[in-house]
Design a protein around this ligand. Sequence first.
Ligand SMILES: [Zn+2]
Ligand SMILES: [Zn+2]
Length: 342
Amino acid sequence: MKSLVFQGTRRVEYGEWQDPQPSEGEVLIQVAACGICGTDMHVYHGMPATWPVPGVRGHEFSGTVLAWGDNVTGFEKGDRVVIQPLIYCRRCPSCQAGYTNLCSNVQLVGGERAGGFAERAVVPADRVFKIPDMLGLEIAALTESLATSVHAFQANVTGLVRRVAVLGAGPQGLFAVQLARLAGAQMIMASDVIPARLELARTLGATDTFDARRPDLAQAILALTNGEGADLIIEAAGKAVTRALAVQFARPGGTIVFLALGAEPTALDFMSIVPRELKLHGTQCYTDADFVRSIELLATGRIDGAAMQSVFPLSEGAAVFERLGSNPGDAAKVLLAPNGAR
Ligand SMILES: [Zn+2]
Ligand SMILES: [Zn+2]
C-alpha cells in the first residue's frame, strides 16, 4: 500500500509500505484523513522519540472499517470510525487510579506502532470509536486534537468563566477559544504572531486579539480587564516568553493551564505567583471520556472544525511537511487524505 514513510530527521517519503493485516483483537481501517500534529513536526525536526525509523506516523485519523481479526465483535464493514491512538497499559498506578492519560507505559498508534499516514492501518479494537452519521470523516479526524483541549478544560475549569486569555492561536489555541465560548466566557482574548490565525480566532469567538510581539501585551490585557487580569489563561504556544507573560496578567487566584509542550527553560516571577495564589497546571492528552465528548462537540457543530482545517492528498505529504517545517503560513490544522479528499 501507499504510505508516507519517515526515514529520519526532515526526511519523509511517499512510497510503498507493507500491507497491514489485523491480528487477534485488531481492526483494519481504511484511512480517510489524518491530521499532522505538533508532535509529528517536533519529531520531524529531530526531537528524540522511541518510534521506529523507518516508520509510518500519524495518530489523528478517521476512516472506515475494512476487516478485523479473531475475538473482535461489534463492527460491520464500512463502519465510520475515529481512532483514539493512546494504548494504555491498564496496570500502572496511574491507569489503576483512572488517570489513563498519565499512563507510564503508554504506546501510540502512529508512534511506536504504524499510524494513519497510509492507505490502511491496524488498530486495537478498543481504540476504534464509531462516529455518528452527521459527522464527516475529515472533521472527525480533528477529534484527537480537540480532545487535548477538552481535557484541559474538563480538568481545570469549573462553573462559568468570565475572562479567558489564550496565548497561541494554533489548533489547540483555536479549540480553546471555542471551548471558552462554550464555558460562558464573556471576554476571550487571543494572541498570536500570524494575522490570519487571529482573524480565525475572532471568527470562532475571540472578543479581542493581540499581536503576540507587542511589548506591552500584559499591560494591554490588564487595561482591557479594568486592571483585574484574566481568570483563566491557556498557554498554547509553549514558549518561555508566553509562560512568563501569563503570570503577569493572571488575576489574583487565577488559573494558568500550560497546554503546549516546549523544552525552553523558563524563568517565572514567583513574587507574582506565590502571594497572589496563582494556580499553575500542566495538562496531558485526554481520557476516553474526553475523546467521546470531543466526538459529540464536533458532530453537533458546537465546535467548528471545518473553519480550521486544510486537506491535502497524502501523495503530497513530503512537500506539506517541508512547507510546515519551514513556514507554517496561515494553515491552522493540516490533514492528509490517503484515499483522495472527500
Ligand atoms: Zn496529536
Ligand atoms: Zn498505565
